[in-house]
Design a protein around this ligand. Structure first.
Ligand SMILES: *Cc1c(COP(=O)(O)O)cnc(C)c1O
Length: 360
């Protein structure tokens, strides 16, 4: 028997979230599949979206090549662009679109070997995040240089937001205004919005959106009612039950001491699967149809949940660590991180792609 732990991936939910993003944005949308589609399996997600997606985006060229080798044919943008001239040759051979965010990348295109033609370059500007991107003061010269490259046949302008998930911050409005002012004279398509930008900042909706996290149903805007459908359900089963007496200490470090008799379920999933070791006591989980909580420390391969108040649940009961009932963002905030990180860290468990989970 293999252990009953898995990440169920709801393909219909992924498609629904993509359609929602595209409709809201009103233009085309690149489905961001970097980091193995935020832990959901990039190849499977690309196949599931298929030609319904206007294109895909990944961080690095090796991620794009993995998709190409799996037979994915749509456009693929490499968001961090190429690191070397050799990578540019490979990006071209694999028919990838490339971001150009710094001088070295621009020079690599200017000096590209003559077999490299027809590149769609995404010229990235720093409009306030102070991370990657050309300064806006160089907008016109960078665009002119890029358009003069014989290797380049098409240019899109892009920028990225630092604080689009903060509705009351004016930082995003300032980034949009700065970008628009500096690029006003440049004739090209534009791409501004990540998920939070797309959801919260209508002024950021342009030719292309770049939604990532929202495709997976984790709302990047805390506290807002979400129209998104969670895609991943991380689940396992109770495989043993223990009775603790008052005073018994449970698990590594005797971290949890039962004040009263407790019934404890052992669940075959742990931090090696991506469930965070640092969750506090009381972090919610579902067992069967009931909400209960983690008690004791999460181990590498198992964790313990409180079954005291749910006597109907026991060995064989299904456990949801996050998914349709427990938002991944709730677990993330319990450990001081964001849903993105937890999803990206899901590993070892098999991913089961299910077209009909939504109907179940
Ligand atoms: C990761 C990334 C995105 C997607 O961001 P989400 O917040 O997941 O929507 C968009 N654009 C760029 C440049 C990125 O690196």
């Amino acid at each position: 028997m293999t252990r009953p732990s898995r990440a169920l991936i709801d393909i219909q939910a992924l498609r629904r979230n993509y359609r929602l993003a595209r409709e809201l944005h009103g233009g085309r949308a690149l489905a961001v599949l970097k980091a193995n589609a935020y832990g959901h399996g990039a190849v499977a997600c690309a196949r599931a979206l298929g030609s319904a997606a206007d294109g895909f985006a990944v961080a690095f060229l090796d991620e794009a090549i993995q998709l190409r080798q799996a037979g994915i044919e749509g456009p693929i943008l490499v968001l961090e662009g190429c690191f070397t001239q050799a990578e540019l040759v490979e990006a071209h051979a694999n028919n990838c679109w490339v971001a150009v965010h710094q001088e070295e990348q621009l020079r690599a295109l200017e000096q590209a070997p003559s077999q490299i033609r027809g590149i769609h370059a995404w010229l990235k500007f720093d409009s306030g995040m102070r991370r990657a991107g050309f300064p806006l003061a160089l907008a016109n010269t960078a665009a002119q240089r890029l358009q003069s490259c014989e290797a380049v046949s098409r240019m899109t302008l892009m920028t990225h937001f630092a604080r689009a998930d903060e509705r009351d911050s004016q930082a995003t409005a300032r980034q949009i205004a700065a970008f628009d002012t500096a690029t006003a004279g440049i004739s090209a398509e534009r791409s501004l919005a990540n998920s939070a930008g797309l959801l919260a900042w209508p002024a950021a909706r342009r030719d292309w959106a770049r939604p990532g996290i929202l495709l997976y149903g984790a709302d990047p805007l805390p506290g807002s009612p979400s129209a998104l459908s969670p895609v991943m359900t991380l689940e396992s089963e109770v495989f043993a039950v223990r009775e603790l007496q008052a005073g018994d200490a449970l698990g590594y470090g005797a971290h949890y001491v039962a004040a009263v008799p407790r019934r404890v379920g052992l669940v075959a999933i742990g931090y090696a699967d991506g469930y965070p070791r640092t969750v506090p006591q009381g972090t919610p989980v579902m067992v069967g149809a009931h909400r209960t909580q983690i008690i004791g420390r999460v181990s590498m391969d198992m964790l313990t949940i409180d079954l005291t108040d749910v006597p109907s649940e026991g060995v064989g009961s299904k456990v949801e660590l996050w998914g349709k009932n427990i938002p991944v963002n709730d677990v993330a905030s319990a450990v001081g991180t964001i849903g993105y990180e937890l999803l990206c860290h899901v590993q070892r468990v098999p991913r089961i792609y299910e077209d009909a989970i939504a109907a179940a």
